[in-house]
Ligand binder design. Structure first.
Ligand code: ADP
Ligand code: SF4
Length: 691
């Protein structure tokens, strides 16, 4: 295939100080839940992106000193020379594929809790911890400031020793000491490091000069800076101090990597922002510097990328999430295969890895984080191990991914779906307000399956166990999904809620099927992820009076891990949905529900002509149980294996279903050597132990 000449501009090299990037694709620093805790997992994940064509691959925040300890969140580290080895692993992997390695040196200042090191957190001024901890940050003395400058310089030298090409001076996300000094609300000093903007920028400037002095002969020096905090006059703004700071330091770095702060604002989900949403804030930067500018905006469309370059908004297309969803995005554009890009859906499941202190996972890319552990490659997969035919029942995320990956391996595959449309839950859920991009989970897989001659796909085919036994397949994979419980059983209620068997009690499936709804509506959310609030929103937009009741203390409380909770709660309140938190529903009456405070049991009543229960899901495992009930019958039908995957095995996230579909495809005729431990573990070598 040949590339459209329109995209040639994306493959021009870019000079960044003493180094040159081979094209304009730049993987900006991003958290991954691996960091120093899982260094080989981390290194292989980054290396795979270099292989996929990204010209620059950066680390996440790389801690420069034990006074910046983010435990339990996994991050990169360069506390001392011992850490060089870990970072070196990643740099070596990135270099193997001709990319540049960037290291985002960071000191978390006010944001570091130092839970492991037990050293006092430091910041520009004495203040409370920003991390909701019963601790405070100590205001730095002049000696502390000198020490900090030395730590940063030493860490830069270590990064150079690890053979890094680009070294960051980082003032972003309201999570770093340098940004805390810039910020008038955090920096209350009265000496030459506080007060006027010139004074607040002083430390940033000093560190920048010293980093260049230490490593600038061979390494490029990048600044990462949040130009707007989206706080209006209370914070840094792109038409105020954000712009002034960039004007003051315009030609000092070799590259500007600009974004908005905090992380919640920078990594907004597709529910709340569109591709390229940061342009309105960072668009001015190129007009005040001649240095290359990198920015992000969940870019997955090559046309949008070209537009950023041609309109002079950015010089390099920065990406975190798009590079996670498709590590081979640049190569696909380069080879004229842009239709094959596995586009990020903007769900922030990847972020939830970091925030639950575990290696990240991705809804679109089941191989992320598995490159080292299971040797899964995002593009390559072993050829089939036999000519066995495979029937997959259910074309939701799990079934579609299994069919796609088994098809790629070359197996003869038949995929049967009961509905007239593919996609299962993503097709339904993508119709909810703000979730349209989630349909990409379905569409990318359908697009890959379509040209495969060895994959047959039948819609409108609900299969029974008798149908399956009468067919002629060697392996059966059941991907029949799950359904919302209609009893109210969930996290809080382990028994059915009395009254849940009445006609005016409905579930998400009833709403998707177009059930008639009368107001007032009570939505009971005991699931705590996105569904409860989204159904409430949909019903409110349809004109109903809606009350959202949850036993949790916040709306959609788990979405703290996807950086959305604050926005969701604000949105729900702004829509005029009544929010009742910390309340269980104990009984459903004919036109009301009885509630109880989860702390005091204090009873209450709410009017309800319709009650929507969003409590928990149960697997559609009837086929599984029926088929597995009689081994002889299976043998007579020539069926060698029956596997359940995704929600029909265990209801979970879409990412989990996709991962399970991918796993079952990889393991066909190639089961793990040790099924009890189906992946490699990262174990510290014995020589690292000291008595
Ligand atoms: P997952 O997330 O695990 O992929 P989904 O619920 O999204 O689960 O998808 C399951 C799919 O299986 C749905 O599209 C559903 O219509 C389909 N399905 C369920 N039972 C059958 C059946 N007996 N025959 C064919 N398709 C089925
Ligand atoms: Fe994009 Fe979601 Fe994957 Fe993150 S998890 S990279 S937001 S698709």
């Amino acid at each position: 295939m040949t590339r459209d000449a329109l995209y040639d501009v994306l493959f021009e090299p870019v000079k960044i100080g003493p180094v040159t990037a081979r094209n304009r694709f730049y993987q900006v620093p991003h958290c991954n839940g691996m960091g120093f805790n899982w260094p080989q997992t981390h290194a292989k994940m980054r290396e795979t992106k270099a292989e996929g064509g990204w010209a620059v691959i950066c680390t996440e925040e790389c801690m420069i000193h034990p006074t910046s300890d983010y435990t339990p969140e996994p991050q990169a580290r360069l506390w001392d020379d011992y850490d060089i080895r870990c970072l070196g692993l990643m740099v070596e992997g990135v270099h193997r594929h001709g990319a540049l390695a960037g290291v985002q040196l960071a000191h978390n200042g006010v944001g570091a809790q130092n839970l492991y090191t037990r050293m006092p957190p430091i910041g520009p001024s004495h203040q409370a911890s920003v991390e909701n901890q019963p601790t405070h940050t100590r205001g730095m003395s002049k000696t502390d400031i000198r020490e900090f400058r030395r730590w940063h310089r030493d860490a830069a030298l270590r990064a150079k020793k690890a053979d890094a090409d680009i070294i960051y001076v980082y003032a972003g996300h309201d999570s770093t000491l340098l940004m805390h000094f810039l910020s008038a609300r955090r920096n209350q000093r009265s000496d030459e490091y506080g007060g006027s903007l010139e004074n607040r920028v002083r430390l940033f400037r000093e560190v920048l000069e010293e980093t260049r002095d230490a490593v600038g002969d061979r390494c490029a020096i990048a600044i990462r800076m949040a130009v707007d905090e989206l706080l209006g006059p209370d914070g840094i703004t792109s038409d105020g101090e954000g712009r002034e700071i960039i004007e003051m330091l315009a030609e000092m770095p070799d590259l500007w990597d600009v974004n908005v702060s905090s992380w919640e604002n920078d990594s907004q989900t597709s529910r709340f922002s569109d591709e390229g949403f940061q342009e309105q804030y960072v668009g001015f930067v190129k007009s005040v510097t001649t240095k290359p500018v990198v920015g992000v905006g969940r870019f997955t469309s090559p046309d949008a990328m070209v537009s950023q370059i041609n309109r002079g908004v950015l010089d390099m297309i920065g990406a975190a999430r798009p590079s996670i969803a498709d590590p081979f995005l640049p190569q696909k554009i380069e080879q004229g295969r842009e239709d094959e890009i596995r586009e990020c859906i903007g769900c922030n499941t990847c972020v939830s890895g970091q925030l639950t202190f575990t290696p990240m996972r991705c809804t679109q890319n089941p191989t992320i984080g598995e490159e080292w552990r299971r040797k899964w490659h995002p593009e390559k997969i072993a050829a089939k191990g036999s000519d066995d035919s495979i029937l997959i029942v259910g074309a939701g995320p799990a079934g579609l991914e299994a069919a796609r990956a088994l098809g790629q391996r070359g197996y003869p595959v038949t995929l049967a779906e009961a509905q007239t449309e593919a996609g299962g839950r993503v097709t339904r859920e993508s119709q909810l307000p703000g979730l349209a991009a989630w349909a990409r989970v379905r569409d990318w897989r359908l697009g890959r399956i379509q040209p495969m001659a060895n994959v047959e796909f039948y819609l409108d085919n609900r299969l029974t166990a008798a149908d399956i036994l009468a067919m002629d397949y060697r392996h059966v994979i059941l991907a029949t999904g799950a359904r919302w419980r209609d009893s109210g059983v969930g996290v809080t209620n382990w028994q059915a809620i009395p009254g849940a068997d009445q006609d005016h009690m409905i579930t998400a499936e009833d709403i998707f099927a177009g059930s008639e709804i009368n107001g007032p509506v009570v939505v009971f959310d005991d699931d705590n992820y996105y569904m409860g609030a989204l159904l409430a929103e949909q019903l409110k937009l349809a004109g109903h009076e809606v009350t959202l009741v949850t036993p949790a203390t916040q709306v959609s409380s788990w979405t703290e891990h996807t950086l959305e909770q604050h926005r969701i709660q604000a949105h729900v309140l702004e829509l005029g949905i009544e929010v009742v938190t910390s309340k269980n529903i104990t009984r459903i009456g004919s036109d009301s529900v009885e509630t109880a405070c989860v702390y005091t049991d204090k009873a209450g009543t709410l009017p309800a002509a319709t009650v929507v229960l969003v409590t928990s899901r149960q697997p559609n495992d009837e086929l599984l149980l029926e088929l597995n009930a009689d081994a002889d019958r299976l043998a007579d039908a020539g069926i060698k294996s029956v596997n359940a995957i995704g929600d029909c095995l265990c209801p979970s996230t879409i990412a989990a279903a996709v991962h399970d579909g991918h796993r079952v495809a990889r393991e066909m005729d190639a089961p793990p050597a040790n099924p009890d431990m189906p992946f490699r573990r990262e174990i510290i070598s014995l020589e690292d132990f000291e008595s």
